[in-house]
Design a binder for this molecule. Sequence first.
Ligand code: GLC
Length: 445
Amino acid sequence: MAAKPKASPTAAPQLPKGDTRWFVRDRFGMFIHWGLYSQGARHEWLMNNENIPVEDYEKRYFKRFDPDLYNPELWAAAAANAGMKYFVVTAKHHEGFCLWNSKYTDYKAPNTAAKRDLLKPMVKAFREHGVRAGVYYSLLDWHHPDFVIDNRIGPYRGKTDAERAALNKGRRMERYAEYMRNQVTELLTNYGDIDVLWFDFSYPPEKDKAGDFTLGKGRMAWESEKLYALVRKLRPDIIVDNRLDLPGAWDIMTPEQCQPREWVTHEGQKVVWEACQTFSGSWGYHRDESSWRSTDELVRTLVDCVSKGGNLLMNVGPTGRGEFDARALDRLQGIGEWMKRHNRSIYGCTAAPADIPVPENCRLTWNPETKRLYVHVFAWPFSHIHLDNLADKVEYAQLLNDASELRPMGGWHAGQITNKANTLSLNLPAQKPNVAVPVIELFMK
Ligand code: GLC
């Protein structure tokens, strides 16, 4: 009998994992940051940034939350038209306010002018548009009376140690951890098939001080082991992000506000990953931000993710009245125009095989099932594109937007340049096709 291999003592525990098969096929999702902070309209962290005490925050925003224009059908249609296949909404962000009708708090949408659970109709509308539902749940909670105040983050972080100690009297982190388990249970049992659970985030103190929650919070504060076990018990296949500060307790890595340079790895292994990005910098609705990215840039970001084997979760911050603002709708519409004609280079695609060189200013994606290679041309070259190593592999080439054939460069043109033996050079139209990112579809032999 063969001896059982011994688990290395340093290896992460073998925790159960979710099912990411749909995720790596669908590639493109919508993040939604919506809460009381949408009314501040100057960053979802304003409670922290401006040190706003709980009572003031309640008085200003909880009392006045009135999303009278909220129509999740419009949101879902905008996401589906943009080609997004799943969405993740902040059921609760760091401010502690809950969009759903939680039994465990009064700080929730039904107790505002909205007078109802806002999550239920949202997941319903998105699902009706064929978009899977996920929830974001903040581990931090700047409102909960048992959340131990620390010196790092939150509206009271600047207090003196003595002031903080006074504020922390009677607060019990274990009761808060139980509150989280109760709320997560609600979210995973009362809202149908939730496919993604996005916990955010951990900031543990130094190792030897792990139990001192006034210095930061990680797996001990959240009781991450219990929380993760609960999630797996309720929904074994759900996809969990990597912010619980618990080794092995995640399905996806989640770089935010920056683009990975290559396929994301963990301990040397390629992993399933999803970049999350904003249109303009803030996640919550920000009225005055002028750093909005163009549709073309956003499409390039999506392509860049897939070319490195990853997903993109693109964020929208609806207004306090419950609408996507004109800038967001414009970008979503523009992305949708592109996706309508090019989604074949995104869905079901991944990084191209390593032996195919990436042409100048391009990104490659590859569909292993259809055996088609997609060349995304970020800067339109003059008259020809040169694809090394591909001459003997490609059967047919076309522009994806209009299925117009691209023929090999021939005759006297070819005689003027030095080319490698197996390079496929294609004639291109002089003008860049009128799309955000032109794509060449290559049918392989
Ligand atoms: C951060 C921020 C937050 C945002 C999130 C999205 O960790 O705290 O405001 O929700 O990233 O990834």
